[in-house]
Design a protein around this ligand. Structure first.
Ligand SMILES: [Zn+2]
Length: 108
């Protein structure tokens, strides 16, 4: 039979007790409540365990990345629009210049 590892727990009531290590790690993962054997108060792991914390951090990073990428795409689209507008003005300016040149040479 495999040896069971126990770890020490303490309750705010002052009672100190032992639970199997596997029980403790399961409660850390599932956040299910358990009860102090002395006072019967409900105990549970409220904090996220390391894996959940990393998962949340990753989700946050992915969200930031999507935001930055969307922002970049908007900036790129705006820049492309500005380039098209400028190209349009340059075309108009060139056309006006040709008309002026033509008018000047017609005047002789
Ligand atoms: Zn207690």
């Amino acid at each position: 039979m495999a040896e069971v590892e126990f770890i020490q727990k303490s309750c705010p009531c002052g009672f100190i007790y032992m639970v199997p290590e596997s029980f403790d790690s399961q409660r850390q993962d599932d956040h299910q409540s358990f009860f102090c054997p002395a006072c019967g108060s409900k105990r549970y792991y409220a904090q996220d365990n390391e894996e959940e914390e990393l998962r949340e951090r990753l989700a946050h990073i992915e969200k930031s990345y999507r935001y930055v990428r969307a922002s970049r795409d908007r900036t790129k689209a705006r820049l492309e629009h500005e380039v098209r507008v400028r190209t349009g003005y340059q075309g108009q300016a060139a056309k006006l210049k040709r008309q002026m040149d033509a008018a000047e040479s017609a005047d002789g």
